[in-house]
Every structure is written in structure tokens, then in C-alpha cells.
Design a binder for this molecule. Structure first.
Ligand code: FES
Length: 556
């Protein structure tokens, strides 16, 4: 990559360039915190949130193609990049007036129905106000046929090339196997002893069929739109986890990011995407944020306790700590400027000034493929999420399907042992241990449950966004409950929560906790929505190319 030329592209009318290895988001973030999106109902400004290709905060239009995720797109020379869903620009969007005119939200369920003679006009208005952008431009540029798909038939496929996936690959290679590692990272290191499919997201893992040697079929795509199909005898899921969202007023402000998002905004040159960040959380993940941004962290705020290592670290660096604090609201329109807090035990509210809020309080498993494959899942109350039921070997309830690392809820210091066991089981070697490995706590309650219970009884101000993709507010979820709707599946259909592009990753975990409080029953009884493929939005061209080329060439 050294010595590779910069790529020049247009962002609106401005000329910009991307250095070798930079994503579009990296390149745009060099000019400050990028303003790329407006929310679909209230036209509130939105910025990058997750940094890992799941949210809707960095969607842009590239060469007429809508909804390209800037954090997953590597620009090429001459690209024309534009923002969507705002007019005339994301920084000054006149439709943002809706945010002021409808302080309690637009009632899209019951509004826009009377008088009936105006229905057609309503439809036009609603279409203009809502949505992620215009359809692709057809005819301005000749359609480019998608590249031929990549096809592999392997003994062992490992989904995820992080610490856990690589550890399994190393043990398998040591035992003489040659696994295929499918990794989403755009530029990962090579895998010793295995083959690597980089920039590749597996979006569909159907339950295996038959009893033959290669029962698993993994479908996905290599960025931006190349279809990938892998058939395998054994699949090891090491798809990791992600940083969760949090409910508070103004939680959708640009500048509120997950730890993953903050890391992504650093870019390859290690620049700081903020000057004064408030970090939310009290555990190991906060330590990782401090490692990276210590001198740009203004305070650490935790809904619950703060672990001794973080306390020691913060004291050494003179960073103020606010354990057991309620976050009431973030202020600042184009970008977060301050955070209002109050002690949970009672005490006066206070304000911290900041230009970013980094959410590092809760890691959740990236478990969609486990649901799709039909693995038996169990609720683990500690983190408040579903994890696979595992045998001591790491095998799930689906024979031949293993899980390891964060997606399995294995604690970090047991990851190496877990990888060794999975590899031994896959290779058919004698079991290297029968006692269960340490995992995230099975018994709850989750720390956030008590936190949200307290908040539920307090007056709130500002927009508490329950589902950022679909602009569903927390009070709409509460209203649905008050109208007698019960269970997450029904609430989803009624309010739209969980139906957006992130597939519920960021809204459902908190919605489950809130509904469990409102309905007075444990979160698992509130249910879970069906995890339908694809696990992330997948270009149709990728799948179409596979259908067009059933026995086509194997890609490199
Ligand atoms: S920041 Fe790119 S998808 Fe979330």
C-alpha cells in the first residue's frame, strides 16, 4: 500500500482525497466530524455512530447509488459522493423545522388520515419527508455488471478474523487443517496457516441440510457488491460483539458514538476525532478507550459501578469519575456540546461540557447468524442478551456449528482455552477439558435494568430516541404499551422499533429492558424478533450474480 497514489473524489462540489487504505469515512473525517445524514422523520442531524457498518449515520450516495456506508466504502478516483435525505445540505436542512414543529413527534399511525379527500396529498408529503434517499439513478451511467462471485468449498470456515477467530485458525493449522477465515475487516493481516477472505460479510447462514460432508452454506458479499458463497463441513462462528446504544435525551446527536465508532473515526493516522469526550461505562471497554484517547477524555461516567482498574487508571491520569450517574440529556444541535447528569443516589444535576460521548458501557454479541442457523439460544441476564447454548467443546445445538469469543459470551481470559477446545473438537482430537469455560453471567438482573427502572419514574425532557434508524421515540414505545400492546414482536409491528437498517441491533436490547419493566415480566418473556437474513443489508447484485452464475468461476 506504501507509495500508492491518493484517490481523488468529489464530496458535493468539494474536491477531496483519500489516502491509501482510507475508507470514505476516514477521508471525510479528516476535515472534522462529518455531517452526513438527517433522520428520516424529524430530519434531525445525524453523524457516524457505530463505525462498523451497522447503523444509518454514515449513509451517502456514491455515483448515484444510494445508501452506501461511508465507513465500509473505499473511494476510487473520480467518485461523486453526495449526502442524502436533506435539503439543501445536512448542516442546514430546512426540513429540520419538523423537529421544532412537532415536539411530541409526528403521529404517523393515526395522523394523515383526515380529511380523506386529502389522502393523495398526504402521501406525497410523507414520501418527501421520510425515507433514506432517492432510488438509484438509472440510465445516467451504463450499469456495471457485478463481478463474478467468489465460491469456496472447504472443510472448516471461520466467520470472524478477530482474536478468537484467529486463535481457532492457528490451532487448526497446527493440527494440519487449512481453515478459511471470512473477515469483515477491509484490510486485515494475513492468517497464518489459513486462507483469508477479507472485506467479506456473511449475511446468511441457513440451518444446515442433509447429513453430507458439506452441509453448511454461507452467503454474503465482499465489499462493495461481489457475491460470496462458501460451503463447509464445519463452521466456527467468531463474529464477535459490538458496543450497545443507551437511552437518554438527545442520544442521537452527532458526536454520540460507540467505542467502535470512536476507533473508526481515528483513521489510519491515529488522529483524535474529539477534544473532550465523556466516556460512558465502567469496565474493560473503557480501559480500551482510555488506551487510545486518554488525553482527550474529559470524564468517565457510569450508570453503575466503575471497576478498580479503570479507577486506578483514571486517577493516575487525572480524569474525573462519575459512577452511578444518570445521564439525562445531551445538548448541541450540529454536534454534542454538553451532557447533563445527576447522581443516582440523589443530588443536584450538573453539566459536563464535551464534544463527544463515547458509549463503552455494554458489549453485545453479534449473534444474528446463530439465530438464522437455528442454534438454541439462552438469555444471559448479566449482559442482558441472547447467547448460544454450548457444549464444553464450544459446539452449539446445531451439530458442526461452533461458537467462540464474544459471540459465545466467553470471558476474555478464557478465549485461548476456548479456541483450543473448538479446534480439538473440529479435528476430532480427544477433548481437552470437560468443565464449562467462564462465560458472561447467566443470572441477571442486568445493571441497566435498575437504571432504566429509575428513569421510568422520572420526568424526561428532550428526544429519547428508542430506534434511530426509524426515528421511533421512547415515548411511542411507552404509548404502545399504554394502549395494551404487549411483547416485543407486537410493539415492533406497531411502532416500527427494530425494523430499520441496523436490524434492531441498537434498539432492541434496550427496548427489551424497557418493555420488561413496563410489562412487569422478565426480558426473555417479552420475546425477541425473528432474525431474518440478510444480517446486514446486502447489495442485490451480489446475490443476482450468484444466481446468474451457478457454476461460474471461483473468484480470487
Ligand atoms: S458509522 Fe458507518 S454504518 Fe455506522
Amino acid at each position: 500500500m506504501a507509495g500508492a497514489p491518493e484517490r481523488r473524489f468529489f464530496f458535493g462540489r468539494a474536491r477531496r482525497s483519500a489516502r491509501p487504505g482510507e475508507t470514505l469515512l476516514d477521508a471525510l473525517a479528516r476535515g472534522g466530524w462529518p455531517a452526513l445524514q438527517r433522520s428520516i422523520r424529524y430530519h434531525r442531524p445525524r453523524g457516524p455512530f457505530c463505525g462498523v457498518g451497522y447503523c444509518t449515520g454514515c449513509l451517502v450516495r456514491v455515483n448515484g447509488r444510494p445508501n452506501v456506508r461511508a465507513c465500509r466504502y473505499v473511494p476510487t478516483d473520480g467518485d461523486r459522493v453526495a449526502t442524502e435525505n436533506s435539503w439543501p445540505s445536512p448542516r442546514f436542512d430546512v426540513l429540520g423545522a419538523i423537529d421544532f414543529l412537532f415536539p411530541h413527534g409526528i403521529d404517523t399511525l393515526h395522523g394523515f388520515v383526515r380529511p380523506r379527500w386529502a389522502t393523495r396529498a398526504y402521501h406525497r408529503v410523507v414520501r418527501r419527508l421520510a425515507g433514506y434517499g432517492a432510488a438509484p439513478e438509472v440510465g445516467r451511467t451504463p450499469p456495471t455488471p457485478p463481478p463474478p462471485p467468489v465460491r469456496r468449498t472447504v472443510d472448516v470456515a471461520i466467520v470472524g478474523g478477530g482474536v478468537a477467530g484467529r486463535a481457532v485458525a492457528a490451532h487448526l493449522a497446527h493440527g494440519g487443517a487449512h481453515p478459511l477465515v471470512v473477515d469483515r475487516a477491509l484490510a486485515p493481516e494475513p492468517v497464518a496457516g489459513g486462507e483469508l477472505l477479507a472485506s467479506t460479510t456473511v449475511t446468511f447462514l441457513p440451518a444446515p441440510v442433509g447429513t453430507g460432508d458439506h452441509r453448511f452454506t454461507l452467503l454474503g458479499f465482499e465489499e462493495p457488491d461481489r457475491g460470496v458463497e462458501v460451503t463447509a463441513r464445519t463452521v466456527v462462528l467468531a463474529s464477535g460483539g459490538y458496543d450497545a446504544a443507551l437511552l437518554f435525551g438527545g442520544n442521537d446527536r452527532p458526536g454520540v458514538v460507540t467505542a467502535d465508532g470512536a476507533f473508526a473515526l481515528c483513521g489510519r493516522d491515529g488522529r483524535r476525532p474529539f477534544r473532550r469526550a465523556v466516556v460512558v461505562g465502567g469496565g474493560d471497554r473503557v480501559g480500551e478507550v482510555l488506551d487510545r484517547f486518554g488525553d482527550a477524555v474529559a470524564a468517565v461516567v457510569a450508570p453503575g459501578g466503575i471497576s478498580p482498574p479503570v479507577v486506578r487508571r483514571a486517577s493516575d491520569e487525572g480524569i474525573p469519575l462519575y459512577p452511578r450517574s444518570r445521564i439525562r440529556s445531551a445538548a448541541g444541535r450540529g454536534r454534542v456540546r454538553s451532557l447533563t447528569l445527576e447522581p443516582r443516589g440523589g443530588g443536584a444535576r450538573f453539566v459536563l461540557s464535551c464534544d463527544a460521548v463515547v458509549l463503552a458501557h455494554r458489549r453485545l454479541p453479534t449473534s444474528q447468524l446463530l439465530f438464522q442457523a437455528g442454534a438454541r439460544m439462552e438469555w444471559r441476564g448479566g449482559p442482558g442478551a441472547y447467547y448460544p447454548v454450548l457444549a464444553p467443546s464450544g459446539e452449539t445445538s446445531v451439530p458442526g456449528l461452533y461458537a467462540v469469543g464474544d459471540v459465545a459470551g466467553i470471558l476474555a481470559d478464557a478465549n485461548e482455552r476456548a479456541a483450543e477446545r473448538v479446534a480439538a473438537a473440529v479435528l476430532g482430537a480427544p477433548a481437552s477439558g470437560e468443565e464449562p469455560l467462564p462465560r458472561v453471567a447467566l443470572e441477571g438482573p442486568n445493571e441497566l435494568e435498575g437504571y432504566y427502572r429509575e428513569l421510568a419514574s422520572l420526568p424526561r425532557s428532550g428526544r429519547w430516541v428508542a430506534c434511530a434508524c426509524e426515528d421511533v421515540l421512547l415515548h411511542e414505545v411507552e404509548e404502545a404499551h399504554a394502549r395494551g400492546y404487549r411483547g416485543i414482536e407486537v410493539i415492533k409491528r406497531y411502532t416500527g422499533v427494530g425494523t430499520g437498517l441496523c436490524q434492531g441491533r441498537y434498539c432492541l436490547p434496550d427496548a427489551l429492558l424497557v418493555l420488561s419493566i413496563l410489562e412487569g415480566r422478565p426480558a426473555p418473556e417479552v420475546g425477541y424478533i425473528t432474525q431474518r437474513p440478510p444480517a446486514v443489508p446486502t447489495p442485490l447484485a451480489a446475490f443476482a450474480a450468484m444466481a446468474d452464475s451457478p457454476t461460474g468461476p471461483e473468484g480470487a
